[in-house]
Design a protein around this ligand. Structure first.
Ligand code: MG
Ligand code: MG
Length: 280
């Protein structure tokens, strides 16, 4: 246990978490191959479930009380917690898919935003930019974790990057504050919270064994949210488009390892001069 009361993982435990991370990545990869106009979000859910099972895992979203699905699929102004169903995806839709797997008692959690092929080029370009900025903000946060003394440096780095993009693109981007990242391990959601913006508190020290899910959620407008009548789906209050990207990341004695990215984060972290290190 850390001084802050959450479990620090051993190298052996992190290696087990990598298996859950790869099963999670397989679930998202199955969706990447399938997503197209005309498919329903429930069909995507089934594909992710099959892929996770083929990797020897099972959905940890189904362990959340009252939730029956393997993914959350949040379309357009929906940000997170969208329930898969009969909704048919349309050309140009922006779809944030959140997915998680458990193997043994260890968990993975990751999210990707997809833009469905086709659609109005102007709308699609704006959505692609939002997704690209959200994805890059995730990697900025992961790179910050690699160098951080305290955890809340991650949120400061994410916020500073998003602000720089507001200036560059003369656009408003809203970082959600109602929902944040979290520790991960024996449960999908553990302490400590991982903010996507700067707060006064420094947060816990970044030490070997810290495992967190970093997950920026960003809109093309206001960060304010509302929950839809289904009781789950979180959508942008002002109707803006939204994007969500997430990875589960381990800190260990040799560096960091992005557990839900098949290459461990090697390709995406190179731009920051950060080399992730796999444990074996
Ligand atoms: Mg997630
Ligand atoms: Mg999460």
């Amino acid at each position: 246990m850390s001084r802050h009361g959450f479990e620090l993982k051993t190298n052996e435990q992190i290696i087990l978490m990598r298996q859950a991370g790869l099963a999670t990545a397989a679930g998202l990869d199955a969706i990447r191959k399938l997503i197209a106009p005309g498919i329903t979000t429930l069909e995507l859910d089934k594909a992710a479930d099959d892929a996770i099972r083929a990797h020897g895992g099972h959905s940890n979203f189904q362990l959340v009380e009252g939730y029956k699905h393997t993914i959350c699929a949040s379309v357009n102004d929906e940000v997170v917690h969208g329930i898969p169903g009969s909704r048919v995806l349309q050309p140009g839709d922006i779809v944030s898919v959140d997915c998680g797997a458990e193997i043994g008692e260890w968990n993975g959690d990751s999210a990707v935003t997809f833009i469905v092929a086709g659609g109005d080029p102007e709308v699609v370009a704006k959505r692609q930019l939002l997704s690209d900025i959200t994805e890059q903000s995730l990697w900025v946060g992961i790179a910050a974790l690699a160098k951080a003394e305290h955890l809340n440096e991650v949120g400061r780095a994410i916020e500073a990057y998003v602000e720089s993009q507001e200036i560059e693109h003369r656009s408003k981007f809203g970082i959600l504050e109602d929902y944040v990242g979290h520790g991960i391990g024996r449960s999908m959601h553990e302490d400590p919270p991982v903010y996507n913006y700067g707060i006064r508190d420094k947060g816990p020290k970044v030490v070997p064994g810290l495992c967190v899910a970093i997950e920026p959620m960003i809109t093309n407008g206001s960060a304010k949210t509302k929950i839809l009548a289904d009781g789950w789906t979180v959508s942008a209050k002002d109707g803006s488009d939204a994007s969500h990207w997430e990875h589960s990341v381990a800190v260990h004695h040799k560096g960091i390892w992005v557990l839900t990215e098949p290459d461990g984060g090697l390709a995406k972290l190179a731009q920051f001069g950060v080399t992730p290190v796999a444990l074996s």
